[in-house]
Design a binder for this molecule. Structure first.
Ligand code: TRP
Length: 331
């Protein structure tokens, strides 16, 4: 922090195929973040994955898939710290220390846990209940200051802020209280078939979800069959969620704003407009898919990259853990 730039920290789940919403809302933000963070720290959060039933061999593969996508999208391990969460044991250790200042009631209020478990609460793993404490440890162990995540993670970030404050109040000034950073553009890329809901591999429609690794044909098919709205103007409006979503996607792909897109497609039919959106998405994702196909097969190189990242991460995390242990009266 010598030059006063904030430490950025974010984590991405290894499970679930990555889609256009993840790409625009998270992955691209990481790539921008690495150029100004000091340092920017990104991690594939495999420890979080054990909170739901999973297969160990599959988890290992999915971590490598996710790592390869992030590298293909432009994360540069020379300019950021990029690693696998489980490689840095300080995350697990820090989680336990932070549990001293996290109440059962705090966790009981987390809406994501309630939504995910519904009536099956009794059967949910305690890891799922405990998930927000691990997430707090992820950030606090680096004294991260900015946490770029989606709106759905707001409550978890609020809790980590509270945990940091309580720790400092109880044991003395030790941890940094981080800030939530919402993406400026493309925070809400919606499902192409059901534009009232967010694009998602768990809650959305397969046909309405463009995957980062979809080939050109699949992208054209999905964008071409996107639902539009009644009327025929290419104009963003609350009663035109389908068209608004397509405008936002094209605006992001081209790096412009809604107004420019509306102006360019004034008087143009939905068919031609959708073709332009498909072109934009293909141009955005095709280079990522091509690089992914080069990177993913070389597992030894991927593992080496993650191991080097973990070493850099540990150098920071171990200092915080030592301070925390000292404050808490251990050793
Ligand atoms: N819970 C986050 C999500 O589902 C992932 C995550 C885990 C995370 N640890 C984090 C995000 C720390 C930011 C910071 O998207």
């Amino acid at each position: 922090m010598a030059d006063g730039k904030p430490i950025i920290f974010s984590g991405i789940q290894p499970t679930g195929a990555k889609h256009l919403g993840n790409f625009i809302g998270a992955i691209r933000q990481y790539v921008t973040g690495q150029d100004r963070g000091d340092p920017a720290i990104f991690c594939v959060v495999d420890l979080h994955s054990i909170s739901v039933p999973y297969d160990p061999e599959d988890l290992r593969e999915r971590v490598l898939d996710t790592a390869a996508i992030l590298l293909a999208a432009g994360l540069d391990p020379e300019r950021c710290i990029f690693f696998r969460q489980a490689d840095v044991r300080e995350h697990t250790e820090m989680t336990w220390y932070l549990s001293a200042v996290t109440s059962h009631g705090d966790l009981d209020r987390m809406t994501q846990f309630k939504e995910k478990t519904g009536s099956a609460r009794e059967l949910a793993s305690s890891a799922l209940f405990y998930y927000p404490v691990l997430m707090a440890a992820d950030v606090l162990v680096y004294r991260g200051q900015e946490v770029p995540v989606g709106e759905d993670q707001r409550q978890h970030v609020e809790l980590m802020r509270e945990i940091a404050r309580r720790f400092n109040a109880r044991f003395g000034e030790t941890l940094v209280v981080p800030e939530l950073v919402l993406p400026k553009v493309g925070a809400r890329i919606m499902d192409l078939q059901e534009p009232e809901r967010k694009m998602s591999t768990t809650g959305g429609t397969p046909q309405g979800t463009v995957l980062v690794l979809d080939d050109e044909k699949a992208i054209r098919k999905k964008v071409g069959s996107a639902v539009t709205d009644s009327g025929r103007e290419v104009r963003a409006a609350p009663d035109k969620p389908g068209v608004t979503n397509l405008i936002d996607i094209l605006a992001v792909a081209r790096g412009t704003g809604r107004e420019e897109i509306e102006r360019e497609f004034d008087g143009v039919g939905y068919g031609d407009f959708k073709a332009a959106v498909a072109d934009g998405v293909v141009e955005l994702l095709a280079p990522v898919r091509e690089r992914y196909e080069e990177i993913r097969p070389d597992e030894a190189a991927l593992e080496a990259t993650l191991a080097a990242g973990a070493e850099k991460a540990r150098a920071i995390a171990s200092v915080t853990v030592a301070d925390v242990r000292e404050r808490m009266g251990f050793g």
